[in-house]
Design a protein around this ligand. Sequence first.
Ligand code: ZN
Length: 383
Amino acid sequence: MKKFLFSILFLAIITTPVGAKGLKGKVIYVNPGHGGWTVNDRPHATINYEAMDTMSFFESKTCLWKALELRDRLKAAGAKVIMSRTTNGWVSEGDKNITRNDRFETYDDGTGQQQLITLFKIASQVDSLNPDYFIALHSNATGGGDGKKVNYLLYMYRGETGNDYAKGSIARARVAFPYVYDNPLTVWTTPDTSRYIAGDLTWMGGTPPGTPNALGYTGWLAVLKHKVPSFLVEGSFHSYQPERQRLMNRDYCRMEGIRHFRGINAWFGGKPEKHGYIAGTIKSADETFTDSLYNYKEGTDDQWKPINGATVYLLDKHNVRIRHYRVDNEYNGFFGFFYLKPGKYTLIYDAPSYESRSEQVIVERDHTTYCKPRLHRYNYNIK
Ligand SMILES: [Zn+2]
């Protein structure tokens, strides 16, 4: 038996090429953007909450939600993950904007986990640890003010467009882009073919090669000034208000984390995930929705009123209810089911004052099935 085991191991060693495929043993550095609850953490009012309320939108919070799901998927695939931070509420030392919800950053917060915010500290750590992949997660805002109808996906790498100073950055971004763009629940205002994959100096209007940091790396974005091929990804625009309301849902952010995982997994030629996902938005078939904090792009799915508090039931192939999802009250209509065995399922959409509907769906491995049900109101036209 021992001999048999030995020969299998031996076979595994000799058949695994140098630069083995897949994420097993690879080191991935994940940097969730920002860190605390300050005015620098991109706070915005939402329909239900005032700006600066920790229940409202903070990019620091939503980037962390994406990053934690990405970390979990990477770990499940056998990668070693380094996070610059794992909780929200950290600011760099001497930050004048510190709030009572914030603490100063640390390399070890007592649980063995660092909470780094200072971009130079993160870049220095990345440069010395030399991971196989580095990703910084953010969302974007238009310079022209809040509520603009602009929402696209943007990858920025260190250098000039077409000339990545850390070679391999453009190639990584090109592989990841289509996976992350694949989100039919949002409204993209530019087509996939636009593919915004840009050098940070070119995009931000800097003069090449940019200002060197203390390690000697040039470019624009401080977090990218290290030797590792990498990018910062603006996953969507939180200044597009219907998208901001979606980002208020942690599971919506987790779904983005899963899309980033697919882009990284594809780069390393990893195995597909064994399970699949369902994600959707449930909206009214009859009513549009307007609010001063909900400027939607005309003629798109975002015009329809999201149904707060709806329930989505998930039934297996034997028509047994196995899970349900309660839609939040944040005007996004989002629902999602994670880690499902591939196969046939039925969804039942249920909301007070609306006609129930059901839909049969197929879940495939390593894939998200998207649904966008719209329900009719009972007696909508009867006064
Ligand atoms: Zn950001």
